[in-house]
Ligand binder design. Structure first.
Ligand SMILES: [Zn+2]
Length: 125
């Protein structure tokens, strides 16, 4: 049994019978990602809850998750805002409306992040 587990199959040398064999199937199961090595999930299509414009939410590979930047609850940290999305333009407008901004985004961490995004141009009008 040990030998079979370490089996290396040269795909070019495979005969028709081998392709149908049990070992070939196990071999293929062990490398399911090889057919799509650079596969990244599709961006999510969402609508801004403020201006109704379309937003594409990109998948961030190093984070293994979708970008949080346009998620409204990410900024407000409020449960009732979950599932709401906001576009960069509306975030930028909010940032410039200081009274509303300080009222809406209460977490110092998120305020810091928003400032960074605006200064680096990640969020712009
Ligand atoms: Zn918007």
């Amino acid at each position: 049994m040990r030998k079979k587990n370490n089996l290396v199959i040269n795909e070019k040398k495979l005969k028709k019978e081998d392709v149908k064999s049990k070992w070939y199937k196990i071999y293929m199961k062990k490398k399911p990602n090889q057919t799509k090595p650079d596969w990244v999930p599709e961006p999510l299509k969402k609508k801004c809850f403020q201006c109704k414009s379309n937003i594409l939410i990109k998948f961030v590979v190093p984070n293994k998750d979708y970008s949080q930047k346009n998620s409204w609850s990410y900024w407000t940290e409020k449960k009732q805002d979950q599932g709401k999305y906001i576009c960069d333009g509306c975030l930028f407008k909010l940032y410039n409306n200081k009274i509303l901004y300080w009222k809406t985004i209460t977490s110092p961490k998120k305020k810091q992040r928003m400032r960074t995004y605006v200064f680096t141009g990640t969020i712009s009008s």
